[in-house]
Every structure is written in structure tokens, then in C-alpha cells.
Design a protein around this ligand. Sequence first.
Ligand SMILES: [Zn+2]
Length: 334
Amino acid sequence: MTGRWTAGVDLGGTNIKVGLVGPAGQVAHASELPASGLRTPKDFVDVIDASIARSLAAVRAPERALTGVAVGVPGPVDAERGLVHTLVNLPGWREVPLKRLLESRFKRPCAVDNDANLIALAEWKLGAGRGSRFMAGLTLGTGVGGGFVFNGLLYRGVGGSAGEVGHTVIDPDGPACGCGARGCLEAHIGTAAILRMGRGALTRSRGALRRLVAAEAQGRLTPKLLSQAARSGDAEARKVWQVFGRYLGLGLANLINVLNPDRIVIGGGVSGAWPLFAPAMRAAIDSQALEAPAREVRITQATLGNHAGILGAAVLLWSNSQGQRVATTRRDSA
Ligand SMILES: [Zn+2]
């Protein structure tokens, strides 16, 4: 058998990442393309088809070395049928039978799942979740995504929407959330919330935050700048990350009490501020979670970084090919 490559695709809000994953879980070739021009699902299939062909050429592999194609999308998915229900960033996508479209193009096994599910699966198989039995993965960024891997299988719930940790309610009188509810975890610690807190901090700052923002083009505030300022000792910026850590810890305490996981893996761009928010996060868990499950869980930073979505897509195809059912909770047809 010559080199066997699985194509993993991560369809994000602004970019599409496409990568070839080898059998040892290594990303051999990856590229990033803009998602903005995609009007139809067929456009998307065309774009990734061309990208996969370029990647195969780059690693000098023939077309037959491609074992399959799997895609993670930022929205709810019926993974068993490969049906994408809706995508906020691509309004034309409703009830798209993406798995079928992929299979008719590539003539190989294909799979589709929610991106946060795939990131959790990748961390369980190849990253910070290795060896865990009941793992929850959280992805911190624009939103707060979640995925559960129990005994090596994704837990998706009856319709594929399990793991929406970002929409667990922390404060019913809290800020409005994009989902229409109020006080969700995401409304407290998503990027928009961080920037809202950051703007308040900026008006009070006498230190690094004020200097750093003034030095930026157009004075643009970003979560990265807020963590830089906090690392340089800006008291107001540090407070933002303490509040962030407290809310995250409250969300995790609920998760710990409900699931009793042995591992929680936290990734996504914002998790880079870990040293700034982790102490407040742990304090909130200690005060709110039940003692036994709080003792039994290990909370750790994700290790796979930017390629986690690509890797998770490949891991999903591998587990499908080993005969593991895509869904763990519905239609026991045995
Ligand atoms: Zn919400």
C-alpha cells in the first residue's frame, strides 16, 4: 500500500482549511482559502476538490492515495445522514446533503460533522485528551463550542446538537446572546463579550492597554492585545481576564456536576490567555462544583492548535472505517 492520505476540511466562518492527514496523524500539506465567495454547496465542493488535488501533487501522491474526505462545519449537523441543517455565515445553506455531494464527487467514503465535535475528537485521539474515558472539549473563540467524547465515541444527542456548552445559562439577567436567550456562557466569554469588557477597561486604563491600543492602526482593540496588556501588568486588562476566568469556571462547574468527566480540554484562539484566566477559573470551580467530580477531573489546554479541525475530520473517517457507528445514541439497528 502506497501512502494513504485522508483529506480533512475545516469550513470556518471566514476561511476553509484543507489538509492531508497521514496514518500517524501528521498533517502533510495544508492550505487556507477564503470562504467568502461560496454561494452554493457545489462551489464549496469545487474549491476543496481543487485544493485536495494541489495538496496531493505537493506530496507527490497519486489520486488513488486519497482514502476519503471529511468536513467539519460551524453549525448543527445530522452526522449519520451527513446533512448540514444551517450555517450562520453561509445563509444559502439549508438542509444541505453534504455527505452525499462529497461522495458523488470523490467516489470515496466521506463524512460531515460539527466543527467543535471534530476538534474534541482530535484532541481525544491525538492531543491533550489521550487516554481519557469521559472527555469534554471546549473551543474558545468568537463563540464557545463544545464536544463530548465518551469511551472513544462522540456523543451527539438525538439530533446532533449535543455539546452546546456555550449556550448553558450562567446568569438569566446577563447580556443577550446570539441564540436569542440571555446570559449564556458565550454571551459572557465570547469574543464580543471580551471586547465589550475590554472597551470598559480601556477607558479606565492608565497603563499598557492604553499605550498598546494607541500604537495600533485605527486603535483597534483585540483579545490578543488585551492579553498582551495584561501580561505587561495593566491592572484593568488583568481584571478582564479574571472576570473571563470566573465565568468560564462557572460554566465548567455546571459541566463537571452534570457529566463527571475525567478530562476537560480547552482550545481555540482565546485559550492562549490561559495563564491570565486559569487561577480565576479554578477558584470558580472550587467554589461551585461538587467536591468529588471536581477532584476527579483534569482540566488542560488543548495541544493541536490550528490544525485540530483538519485532524478531527480525518479521525472521524478512520473511526467510521473501523466500523464504529457515527452516532452513539440513536437508532440501535443491531
Ligand atoms: Zn446562547
